[in-house]
Design a protein around this ligand. Structure first.
Ligand code: G6P
Length: 443
């Protein structure tokens, strides 16, 4: 590894960027940064300039000599990069609003990364990430791609299996949220505990142990079911899980399992927010607007507290820590989206799974999570097949594959309603779906 490194962030104009910069500053002793390049597209120019200036002020305030570059020229930024992180949203928040509102208008769950919304986010994003990977092969073939762009699991699988780019890790903040929340619930520091995660992005389970080798999973359940105010990520409505089901599962679900285990309850809540024009995407649009107003203040030189209203809080603890762990060959344990390699034997060897892994300079080494019992096994195999079809449809623009993926998704009802929803969403997102152009013209 080089003595001083170049980090490139695609989607650098994101409102989350101050969190990322704060994470790098926290790690200034272990991460010898030379350059940070924040890259965006023309539509994101204004945001890039505002948040980029704040990033520059933060670095200056920390007394660091790091160069912070803002650019719309992705290829220039990628040249000789060591780490590339991705946090972009194709179609911006307006596309997310459609992903959430269109399904809800049919009485079907609409969510950023789950159900029809998540599949369309994959359709829009996968061609773009594959393009970025082609640039990386040419301009920085040694670089690690640290992907945060959602749906993080499917995007990572597309990069590995279609982009044929091996140096990729997909990240999410949800496991960190569970680790922080459950350590607090148990009154212990996270260092005193071992969290073992396995599953798919936004569809994983975990078990908890202490340093004496005792399993504390049931103890967490005891607290979880006695305290209905269990803390979940900001973006998910907190409806309590069904106790007998979770007890029998013998693993802790992730916050997103609510969409599956409590589908009707979550749908009801979604429809309410749809009627009030307060879907999560609409709320986030308002939060973002006020965040950018704050960022404009030339006296602001740190990450503002208001950013914690976003569901992705703590994501820098994943992204910056991952970069440092690879750079320093830390061999610490983190939760990542990576090639399965048998860690979850119920899923294909080459699938991307989200699993606790040892992070080395040659990437994550997944820790075996083991075979699943009937319920999680059946569920996850359906989800993985749905992901595979979604990725294939995103790459090829094959309508039949897209409809198969829709039919398989547990949040989309089968039949003509699935087809109507698919067609409506294809038309609504047509500007960002070049691979489906021919199909869309016939609709
Ligand atoms: C979670 C997920 C992220 C997601 C975010 C949405 O924490 O892990 O994948 O992007 O929430 O948060 P938002 O504030 O945009 O609704």
């Amino acid at each position: 590894m080089k003595d001083r490194i170049k980090i490139v962030t695609i989607g650098g104009g994101s409102s989350y960027t101050p969190e990322l910069i704060e994470g790098f500053i926290k790690r200034k002793e272990e991460l010898p940064i030379k350059e940070i390049w924040l890259v965006d597209i023309e539509e994101g120019r204004e945001k890039l300039e505002i948040v980029g200036d704040l990033a520059k002020r933060m670095v200056k305030e920390a007394g660091l000599d790091w160069e912070v570059h803002l650019t719309l020229d992705r290829r220039k930024a990628l040249k000789d990069a060591d780490f590339v992180s991705t946090q972009f949203r194709v179609g911006l928040l307006d596309a997310r609003i459609k992903d959430e509102r269109i399904p809800l208008s049919h009485g079907i769950l609409g969510q950023e990364t789950n159900g029809a919304g998540g599949m369309f986010k994959a359709f829009r994003t996968i061609p773009v990430i594959l393009d970025i990977v082609e640039d990386m092969k040419e301009l920085c073939p040694q670089a690690w791609l640290i992907n945060f762009t959602n749906p993080a699991g499917m995007i990572t699988e597309a990069v590995l299996n279609y982009g044929k780019y091996e140096k990729v890790v997909g990240l999410c903040n949800v496991p960190i949220g569970h680790i922080i929340g459950e350590s607090e619930m148990l009154g212990k520091s996270k260092e005193e505990l071992f969290f073992h995660f396995g599953g798919l992005n936004h569809f994983h389970w975990h078990r908890v142990y202490d340093r004496d080798g005792n399993e504390l999973t049931e103890k967490v359940m005891d607290i979880m079911f006695s305290d209905k105010d269990e803390k979940v990520v900001e973006n998910i409505h907190n409806i309590p899980f069904l106790e007998e089901q979770i007890r029998d599962l013998k693993m802790l679900p992730c916050a997103y399992h609510r969409y599956y285990y409590l589908q009707e309850d979550m749908l009801k809540e979604g429809i309410e927010s749809y009627k009030e024009n307060k879907t999560r995407a609409e709320v986030v649009k308002e939060v973002e607007a006020s965040l950018f107003e704050l960022y404009k203040n030339p006296n602001l030189k740190e990450k503002p507290e208001e950013l914690s209203k976003r569901g992705g809080a703590h994501y820098s603890d994943a992204a910056c820590e991952m970069i440092s762990s690879i750079y320093n060959d830390k061999r610490n344990i983190m939760e990542v989206n990576t090639k399965n390699r048998g860690a979850l034997p119920d899923l294909p060897y080459d699938s991307v799974v989200e699993v606790s892994s040892v992070i080395t300079s040659h990437g994550p080494m997944p820790i075996n999570f083991g075979k699943l019992t009937s319920a999680p096994r059946g569920h996850i195999q359906i989800m993985k097949a749905m992901e595979e079809l979604t990725i294939e449809a995103a790459v090829t623009g094959n309508y039949g594959k897209a409809l198969q993926a829709f039919t398989l998704n547990p949040l989309v009802p089968g039949g003509n309603i699935a087809k109507e929803l698919l067609d409506e969403m294809l038309i609504a997102h047509k500007d960002y779906l070049p691979q489906f152009k021919d199909v869309i013209e016939t609709l």
